[in-house]
Design a protein. Structure first.
Length: 265
């Protein structure tokens, strides 16, 4: 009887260790080296590659760098039926006589102008993401709201499942640059909705980013806070400059900050 109990305990410990190894391996599932995957055991990668076979040999497409900015809630009424709930919820926060989508779009347009002046090509996307949309960097621009009018600050987040291995670095960089450029405090209250943002959820939705898109979402400030609102509405150049500078720094780090034509691969 004692031997049986010992065997059961031993087996249980082995099973737990195996499951823990699988979990850790999946969290570090994919390494990006020269634009390709490496380092994950085939047994652990098989499930993902079975569902998305194109990822097994994925390489960055040749061509110029691709920068995408999403103006949160812009054209929200045009969201497809898979986002019916989001479509019915409307256009986000509001304040100072402005709807959130208007503020987001103004910041996106200013960011686009700054980047284009530096020779980059930029696309502004509405609420609907084209299926499997890929870019070197994607920033979803939003503004926050709260019933507590004193609540202030910005926050940045990446997906729960970042297969590029680069999104957390982009988050950290944007946090530093944005705080310095806008003199705003970092709000540490990152929500589950930010980490699970629908545009990131390629495994769940058709209209979502390609898994090899380095993507973040930023809540640029609170439209319900007077100080935040004044900056967001009256000087959208400030948040735009911070976002643009971060993107350039990121692309430079990734050796993609090439103005005009780019031979990639």
């Amino acid at each position: 009887m004692k031997k049986t109990k010992t065997a059961i305990i031993t087996f249980s410990l082995i099973a737990i260790a195996f499951l823990a190894f699988q979990l850790i391996s999946r969290l570090n599932l994919l390494d990006s080296v020269d634009g390709q995957f490496s380092g994950a055991p085939e047994a652990l990668r098989f499930g993902i590659f079975q569902r998305f076979p194109e990822l097994a040999d994925w390489k960055r497409p040749e061509g110029p760098q691709r920068i995408a900015l999403q103006a949160g809630h812009w054209k929200n009424s045009e969201l497809p039926d898979e986002f019916k709930r989001l479509r019915e919820q409307g256009g986000g926060a509001s304040g100072g006589g402005r709807k959130e989508w208007e503020v987001n779009l103004a910041i996106a347009q200013e960011t686009k102008e700054i980047l284009e002046e530096e020779g980059f090509e930029v696309e502004i996307l509405p609420a609907t993401i084209p299926p499997s949309y890929w870019a070197d960097v994607f920033v979803a621009i939003h503004a926050d709201g709260s019933s507590d009018l004193a609540t202030s600050g910005f926050k940045v987040a990446s997906s729960w499942r970042d297969f590029t291995g680069k999104a957390d670095g982009l988050v950290s960089l944007l946090e530093k640059v944005y705080a310095k450029s806008t003199d705003m405090n970092l709000d540490s209250n990152v929500t589950r909705n930010m980490r699970g943002y629908y545009a990131f959820s390629w495994w769940r939705y058709e209209h979502a980013l390609h898994p090899m898109t380095t993507a973040v979402i930023i809540e640029t400030g609170f439209l319900t806070n007077w100080r935040d609102r004044q900056m967001l509405i009256n000087t959208p150049q400030k948040p735009a400059r911070a976002i643009a500078d971060t993107i350039v720094m990121f692309l430079t780090k990734e050796r993609l900050a090439v103005r005009g034509n780019f031979e990639g691969g």
